[in-house]
Design a protein. Structure first.
Length: 385
């Protein structure tokens, strides 16, 4: 049945993309967002061909490309500046790009004009009844809904309803992200970089329009905090001896554009739904940023679930189908991301030089071929019938 009354909790990338896909199929969609205003949160991000194909399907790819920079050749370097590997990005029907998260968010919002998005709505829980599911808020309930989609992020309230208490696993390192005006340092010519040192990495993604996104990962205990100024000063000290534009990119980043978060994942869990409730994105499968695939996976989830909701079948049957279609893909990406994180964050004085030497010996194009399974995925063709 189409025209299902559908509630989406969370107006991030996954929630908005799901809203587009479901509404395009004739479903009645309402979106609830905890924040008081709809805005993109985060720094920059990579969108690989598997994700830009989804954007094309949703009708926002051209808008995103206009505000992005191409990602065509990854150079892996050591802290002293030596290039140990060059990995070309394989060509597909849609490009690999880097852009600000806010620009992607605005592009998705532009496709939802007229859709009901309610802000300042902190979902506290869910209640299911024979006639449908009700969302519980501080000021009362909303519903009933035929479908409830939890797109409410890594600390999802709805995940607790679906899966119970499933603990986050700290991966041993934190990540900082920033955006700097730095056209004179890094041209948006398709080249992007990741620089490796013992227990830390620094990535550089030129995004066009004079902007450069960067990220830094550092091994440390979880929970490290401090003011933005203190964190910036610590980063400048930490990366002070690194070659290239690393220090200048940090220095040029405004304090309000510097973001910090610890890195987590969860033990893979086969149950993504319960009753009329289903989870997507970080709410069900948080993936560390080692492959730049977190947002990409949320977009894949969104399109596939949206397509399924347009089919005249029982909701719980559709949810089980969704789980079966996504479990292996998510497990594969999670495993690959974990491996890259473990290798990239090596801090052993014995193993780190071995890693660096191996990177210098292995042809970069080999990694281009092995990444084909990641970037060739076509979410729009996964579900047939």
């Amino acid at each position: 049945m189409k025209n299902r009354k559908t509630a989406i909790v969370g107006a991030g990338i996954g929630g908005l993309a799901t809203a587009i896909a479901a509404a395009d199929g004739g479903n009645h969609v309402e979106v609830f967002e905890r924040s008081s205003e709809i805005k993109g949160v985060g720094a920059g991000m990579a969108l690989w061909p598997n994700a830009t194909r989804v954007l094309r399907q949703l009708g926002v790819l051209d808008q995103c490309v206009l505000k992005s920079g191409p990602l065509e050749l990854l150079s892996v370097r050591l802290a002293g500046g030596k290039v140990v590997m060059k990995i070309p990005t394989e060509k597909f029907s849609t490009p690999a790009i880097a852009l600000r998260r806010v620009d992607l968010h605005e592009a998705l919002l532009s496709r939802l004009r007229g859709l009901r998005i309610q802000t300042g709505q902190h979902c506290l829980g869910i209640r299911e009844a024979d006639e449908g599911a009700y969302l519980v808020f501080k000021d009362g309930e909303r519903g009933p809904y035929d479908v409830v989609i939890g797109a409410d992020g890594i600390r999802s309230v709805l995940r607790q309803y679906v899966q119970g208490q499933v603990s986050l696993r700290y991966k041993g390192y934190a990540i900082w992200r920033g955006i700097a005006e730095a056209a004179d340092l890094c041209a948006a010519d398709g080249n992007f970089f990741e620089i490796w040192g013992p227990g830390q990495r620094f990535g550089i993604l030129p995004m066009g329009q004079g902007r450069v996104c960067w990220y830094a990962t550092i091994n440390q205990p979880q929970g490290g905090r401090g003011t933005a100024r203190e964190q910036k000063e610590a980063l400048l000290k930490r990366f002070g001896g690194w070659a290239g534009p690393v220090v200048e990119l940090i220095a040029r980043t405004p304090l309000d554009a510097l973001l910090h978060s610890d890195t987590y994942d969860r033990e893979p869990y086969a149950r993504w739904s319960r009753g009329r409730v289903v989870l997507i994105g970080d709410a069900v499968h948080p993936i560390p940023a080692n492959l730049g695939m977190g947002g990409c996976m949320a977009l894949e989830d969104a399109l596939i679930l949206g397509q399924l909701l347009n089919k005249p079948r029982d909701v719980m049957e559709l949810f089980r189908r969704f789980e079966l279609l996504r479990l292996n893909r998510v497990a594969d990406i999670s495993r690959r991301s974990g491996f890259i994180g473990a290798i990239g964050q090596l801090s052993s004085p014995v193993l780190t030089p071995v890693r660096d030497k191996l990177c210098d010996l292995i042809p970069g194009r080999l990694f281009t071929y092995t990444s084909r399974a990641i970037h060739s995925y076509q979410a729009e063709q996964v579900f047939r019938g």
